[in-house]
Design a protein around this ligand. Sequence first.
Ligand SMILES: Cc1ncc(COP(=O)(O)O)c(C=O)c1O
Length: 441
Amino acid sequence: MTECRFDRSAERVREATAVMPGGVSSNFRLGVAPTPLVFERGEGAYLYDIDGNRLIDYYLALGPMVLGHSPAPVIEAARAQLERGLLYGGQSELEYQAATKITEMVPCADRVRFASSGSEAVQLALRLARAATGRRMVVKFEGHYHGWLDSVLWSNATPADQMGPEDDPTPYAASAGQDLVTGESIDVLSWNRPEQVIERLAKGDVAALIMEAAMCNTGGIFPLDGYLEAVREACTKHGTILIFDEVITGFRVGPGGAQGRFGVTPDLATFAKAIANGFSVACVAGRADIMDRLSDGTILHGGTYNAQPMAMAATVATLDELSKQGVYEGMERVGTRLMNGIRDAFADAALPVVVSGFPQIFNVALGLKEPAINYRGMQGVDKAAYRHLTTAMLGHGVRALERGAWFLSAAHTDEIVDDTLAALRAAIETAEPHLAHLRAA
Ligand SMILES: Cc1ncc(COP(=O)(O)O)c(C=O)c1O
């Protein structure tokens, strides 16, 4: 069994704090146990760090690397464009190709507007919804994450003692320094409770309802039967724009994202991450009558780096690869094997766990006895115990997110899954002193 140490990473991160807060460029890269890691390269399902470790990667950069690290067709397409110029401040055939491809793949996509990050795409979608409806209020859900900007950074990870009642959650500002006035435009509801949506939208003042159509940032939770349909119906009835935030699910769980899998079409949807396999690309896609409001210049959307040509070349290449016969089916099969193998490993150790979600992005909820239907149901997860487990797994050469999510790529093979499951079983033994209490609970 691989035994990894991370001393050089720890040392470099510590040294880097002299020039960068925490030695990292995103808060989501802090708090990694035993230390944030410093990498040299990535290839397929593997990352190589500066301690000389080869790690099987299920972080996948928090989602983008759907084809794995450094896939040749994407690298070649980007390299070819690199020779032709970096940024034009104008249009390129590549962005038209990318947009056309998205309209072919995504049910709601009559029109596409590119941005550079998921957070930005969400802001554009909300602006479009407010402009289209002339209303201000936005409904979001507990445990759903829509980027780090003030207007939506509410109740994505509310501490248990701040949640308020389930039928009327208290909006919770997730960051110090956040503009709290933005909270006046947000109403937070519990997800998977259709009656809450129906009641709230009936007031007639909600511009947009935004959700992850399947919860991927907190747990791997599917909508209950009929929930998305009920929300769709209420939005249509009360003139609210329905936005699916498909930054994680888009191009990852199927060619049409979560909306394709569930058969419910939003008015607008946001995409990023898997759309370009690691390049900074995001987009809003949606109904022509809403999106075309961007044409006359009355709704402002800018971005110096939007549709950067090299990133667009990568987008076209990524979507072409994903469109090949069997790619999603392959991930579905391998991911299902991995999910089942994880369940078996915990069952053999008599540890309670819920493994749920899509085979391409699922969640391991250690300590949970029954599947959750929303954020409240995830409170039974033993985060500290799971963190000991991911630390032990990392020691055995497998990198999975401390918060429970596992991202799978098309480069993860059966053999890699076997190695992963062997490492997991070893990690369960290593972390036994931190897990034993779960059996008694
Ligand atoms: C569902 C969802 N929306 C929006 C975002 C923000 O995207 P970005 O980090 O590209 O700004 C994320 C990021 O993880 C996300 O998971």
